[in-house]
Design a protein around this ligand. Structure first.
Ligand SMILES: [Zn+2]
Length: 385
């Protein structure tokens, strides 16, 4: 059981929500959490990505195995704040719900991880192994925080990973990857009455999108958990005046990948299409500006079994275990792990609340997850002796 009072737990979430870490400014969250952890004698390290962006890492316990617990510190924009009933950056309680940007995705999950870590430390509940908190920057865009943790070796000795993204109603153990690719065609402007003096940037790009769509049917393998790969051209822009030959045109694609059709295959595919449409006059660039691989684990492990048991004990329900279409930091944290790795996404809130106007989390679910994690993490590690 957590030793924090309900008011303390809610105050800490309120403090986190009030930090506007909208796709930036995770440094302020790091400093807040570092201070909170140090009040309880837990050392942590801020790993700088830029002046305003950073990861935070903290550990309790000794030796192996190592349980990684992870949450992202950034949130998406509140959008049009006039559409919100309550100030998105002031946690507001109404009818048992806590409203605010990040209340579900995922400052409640992050707070529950940190509070449980403090409780486990203060009460001496961990007798075997180590818990490593990996708080990340930039999850909502390209995952630079998770990439930095992986590249600096923080995942090497990690034996199991819990990401506390909103999933109080299901336990996720596999998900698709995601990619954003921008294709830019450069031409030469001229008056549309004299097209021979220019080169139309739109024409080869139309061919590119058409051929990419046409050839996509070869990506027809099906993953037993994740289903099919998905590819869509979602943006197409070109030209700016009706009587001018367009100088630039761009199209963007979002792709959802599976292990059978992974991110590398799509990079090759786009380069292949480029060759097919290229002539002496074309000038086309491909920029893969976001690429996060799929995560495939079998879900056959003690971590997930114990997570289900904890759900029965604390949430009074038998949670389904599933694959999900959305990506998490596991994409970059688990690149070197295989399908037998123990990974779950499990935390307060529901994914349907993520990125919404009037985003909220059930107060009881948030409070319960602090107790659940405080029981779950040491039970997993102590039991692995
Ligand atoms: Zn999230």
């Amino acid at each position: 059981m957590s030793k924090f009072t309900k008011q303390e737990k809610i105050q800490i979430l309120e403090n986190l929500v009030s930090i506007k870490s909208v796709n930036d400014n995770e440094m302020e969250v790091c400093k807040y959490l570092q201070n909170l952890l140090s009040e309880h004698g837990i050392k942590s390290e801020i790993i700088k990505i830029s002046d305003s962006r950073a990861n935070l890492v903290a550990e309790i316990g000794e030796g192996a195995p190592v349980l990684g617990i992870s949450g992202h510190m950034d949130v998406v924009s509140a959008g049009d704040e006039n559409k919100w009933t309550y100030d998105p950056f002031k946690l507001t309680e109404v009818d048992g719900k806590l409203y605010g940007r990040g209340s579900a995705d995922m400052k409640s999950g992050l707070a529950a991880l940190v509070l449980s870590m403090i409780d486990i430390h203060d009460q001496g509940l961990l007798t075997h192994g180590k818990i490593r908190l990996l708080a990340t920057a930039g999850e909502e865009i390209v995952g630079e925080g998770a990439k930095a943790f992986h590249d600096k070796g923080y995942m090497k000795d990690v034996d199991a990973l819990v990401i506390a993204e909103p999933s109080q109603d299901r336990i996720i153990y596999a998900h698709k990857g995601s990619m954003d690719i921008r294709v830019t065609s450069h031409g030469k402007a001229s008056h549309s009455s004299m097209p021979q003096l220019g080169f139309n940037a739109i024409s080869p790009l139309v061919k590119f999108v058409y051929k990419a769509d046409e050839g996509f049917n070869k990506f027809n393998k099906n993953n037993d958990l994740l289903g099919n790969a998905i590819m869509n051209a979602t943006i197409f822009n070109g030209g700016n005046q009706v009587n001018s030959i367009p100088e630039h045109a761009t199209s963007e694609f979002n792709i959802r990948t599976i292990p059978e059709h992974d991110n590398d295959q799509f990079i090759s595919y786009f380069n292949e299409i480029l060759k097919q449409v290229a002539t002496e006059e074309t000038d086309i660039e491909i920029d893969t500006y976001m690429s996060r691989p799929p995560v495939y684990t079998t879900g056959q492990n003690k971590l997930i079994a114990l997570a289900v048991e904890m759900g029965e004990k604390y949430l009074n329900t038998t949670l389904p275990t599933e694959a999900s279409p959305g990506v998490t930091d596991a994409s970059d944290l688990l690149v070197d792990k295989d399908e037998n790795f123990s990974f779950i996404m499990y935390g307060p809130g529901t994914v349907s609340q993520a990125h919404q106007v009037d985003e909220h989390v059930d107060k009881e679910a948030y409070l319960t997850f602090v107790d659940l994690f405080t029981d779950f993490f040491p039970a997993y590690l102590n039991g692995s002796k």
